[in-house]
Design a protein around this ligand. Structure first.
Ligand code: HEM
Length: 145
């Protein structure tokens, strides 16, 4: 396995996750503001697929972080991991927040899968996961600027 291959896979899945998350948000809103509060098929499916790809990203990301990333190796070797804001964001805040988001998405997915009616606390949990993801997303690195 080569670092660039993994980084490119991680980048590719990132676009897909953005798209899936957008569908997931729409499905959540439709269910929340829907008349019956019934958990729709779209919500079940979008929750499942968002979670699956999040887990895939987590796996690729963790392998990159601990076995391949030259940036992480350098930051730990030179002791700049926590001092340098960019290194801290990429190698600490990004992985930690994404893992918490993945755990929340997994819990919520289980609830949606096994129930028919939406509970507000589940929607709140889903939105916390999405907010964490959007905050930790590496926007500049994926889209430049
Ligand atoms: C869940 C655990 C995750 C871990 C452990 C993780 C880890 C990492 C690491 C270590 C890097 C930097 C690689 C390097 O330059 O050395 C990175 C970059 C990145 N990650 Fe993640 N990641 C995770 C989840 C996600 C998710 C869910 C997304 C998208 C939704 C994502 C999108 C990105 C993007 C766009 C970059 C920038 C790639 C680039 O600079 O070319 N990551 N991630």
């Amino acid at each position: 396995m080569d670092f660039n291959l993994m980084l490119n896979a991680h980048r590719g899945f990132a676009y897909l996750i953005l798209l899936l998350t957008a569908i997931y948000v729409i499905a959540l809103l439709l269910t929340m503001f829907g008349y019956s509060g019934k958990i729709t098929k779209l919500l079940k499916k979008s929750s499942l697929f968002t979670m699956i790809f999040f887990h895939t990203q987590a796996l690729i990301g963790l392998i990159m972080l601990f076995f391949f990333s030259p940036g992480f190796k350098e930051a730990t070797a030179t002791g700049t991991l926590m001092k340098d804001a960019v290194a801290r964001n990429t190698y600490v805040e990004h992985p930690t927040s994404m893992i918490i988001a993945a755990i929340l998405l997994t819990i919520v997915n289980k609830k949606f899968k096994t129930n028919d009616k939406m509970k507000m606390s589940w929607a709140v949990m889903a939105f916390i996961a999405i907010a964490l993801m959007l905050w930790a997303f590496q926007w500049k690195r994926l889209f430049g600027a």
